[in-house]
Design a protein around this ligand. Structure first.
Ligand code: EPU
Length: 416
């Protein structure tokens, strides 16, 4: 099993190119299943999750080719309307096949994802939304069976603006008969990208970027060429590294997707310059303790909560980080404390007492973003840190050790 070995304490300098967004490309790949033809995607990150989604598309019968960041998906050969447990349990985003296959073929069988490393993560909004569109949903042997001759538009109001449920219902609504209105919809850039991509494919979606999405159903979608937006969470992770240790520039990123993070980094003492698609950051002389509460977009993203905590671990005082999106997403805290951080957890609130420096130690990854925080901790720490179970990080960060090596970090991957 791969591990990463980091000798920390070195300054970061240079430029890093941000990859296409994991959480944008995964629903785009399943949207391609709604087309009786070929969809091409550019700037597709080569990630474990992208490859898992390729396996899933292959299982349902779509033809996929993927080379040098370019992917083509042929939805004309889809012939197996099932997402098996083996894949769904390793990647919850597999659930994104539900809406598209049901809408196009009138039937789909998808394994229920089950629990996740940091909590239950239910899918009730997805299922209730599809029922509102006229689907008959049954549970058999751990699988959801959804059936409908043709979905019918309806009004759906989510209790919480779920990203995944919004994506699934938008995709289902696009091929439903009549008008679908989603209230309290997610507005994350990845949802905006999905809606705009679907419109390029012939859908009629209005209210994009707002919490009320209005869809006029169409009979079919057509082929399209799509560009994946930059990964704001990958960009945010490098920015946080820069705030602690660097003088670095991020290219191919979208500063507009990172406004709250940039504001917080400036409060923490970093110096930042932005242009249309790049961000430069110089480290703070000392890190000011800066509280953060995660919220849905445009608030501070939960996917950067773990990375923010590690920056606060070396701040000059105490700070508080609250996660309102996922109340249990804190598996990184005991590992960061192994690096000498002083973090206490009370319910969904982390109380961080800044320490002078972190010290290298063996630590273990538990999920994608927790692993990212451990790498950041290792880069900031004095001495050597061994990070095990790095397959978690490979799910969501393209070539992470190569990108950090190019910035001057002493980081190597070992397999022994
Ligand atoms: N929720 C429900 N019922 C549902 C769906 C969601 O109660 O049916 C709750 C969740 O339990 C959670 C909240 O709603 O408390 C938000 O969950 P959401 O559905 O928005 O999350 P998701 O779609 O499962 C996506 C990203 C996550 C990211 C969240 C929040 C993808 C593939 N995943 O998950 O990304 O944390 O939105 O922004 O887009 C990651 O990349 O590391 C990651 C976990």
């Amino acid at each position: 099993m791969d591990r990463l070995v980091v000798r920390g304490g070195r300054p970061l300098s240079g430029t890093v190119e941000i990859s296409g967004a994991k959480n944008a490309v995964l629903p785009l790949m399943t949207a391609a299943l709604m087309v009786d033809g070929e969809t091409t995607l550019k700037r597709v990150p080569n990630l474990k999750d992208t490859r898992t989604m390729i396996r899933l598309l292959d299982i349902v019968g779509a033809g996929v080719s993927f080379d040098a960041g370019e992917m083509s998906i042929d939805g004309s050969t889809v012939n197996n309307l099932e997402a098996p447990y083996d894949l769904v349990k390793t990647m919850r985003a597999s659930f994104y096949v539900l809406g598209p296959l049901l809408a196009r073929f009138g039937k789909v069988r998808v394994s229920l994802p089950g629990g996740c490393a940091w909590g239950p993560r239910p899918v009730d909004f997805h299922l209730k939304g599809l029922e509102k569109l006229g689907a008959k949903i049954t549970l058999e042997g751990g699988y959801i069976l959804a059936e409908a001759d043709r979905l019918k538009g309806n009004k759906i109001c989510f209790d919480f603006p779920s990203v995944g449920a919004t994506g699934n219902i938008v995709m289902a609504g696009v091929l439903a008969k009549g008008e679908t209105v989603i209230e309290n919809a997610a507005r994350e850039p990845e949802i905006v990208q999905l809606c705009e991509a679907l419109n390029t494919m012939g859908a009629k979606i209005d209210g994009i970027r707002t919490d009320k999405i209005i869809i006029e159903g169409v009979d079919q979608l057509h082929s399209a060429d799509l560009d994946v937006i930059p990964d704001r969470i990958e960009a945010g992770t490098y920015l946080i590294a820069g705030a602690a240790m660097g003088d670095i520039t991020l290219n191919y990123c979208n500063p507009k997707h990172l406004e709250v993070l940039i504001e917080k980094l400036i409060q923490a003492g970093a110096k930042i310059d932005t242009s249309e698609n790049s961000i430069s950051i110089k480290k703070a002389n000392s890190i000011n303790p800066t509280d953060v509460t995660t919220e849905v977009y445009p608030g501070f993203p939960t996917d950067l909560q773990a990375q923010w905590i590690v920056l606060m671990a070396i701040a000059t005082g105490s700070s508080v980080v609250t996660d309102t999106v996922y109340h249990d997403r804190f598996t990184h805290i005991p590992e960061l404390n192994r690096l000498g951080a002083n973090i206490k957890l009370r319910d969904n609130i982390a109380i961080i007492n800044g320490v002078d420096h972190l010290i290298g130690a063996p630590v273990m990854s538990t999920d994608i973003r927790a692993s990212a925080s451990l790498i950041l901790g290792a880069i900031m720490a004095k001495g050597q840190t061994d990070i095990s179970r790095v397959y978690h990080i490979d799910r969501g960060y393209e070539s992470i050790e190569k990108k950090f090596q190019a910035l001057g970090v002493d980081i190597v991957r070992k397999n022994d």
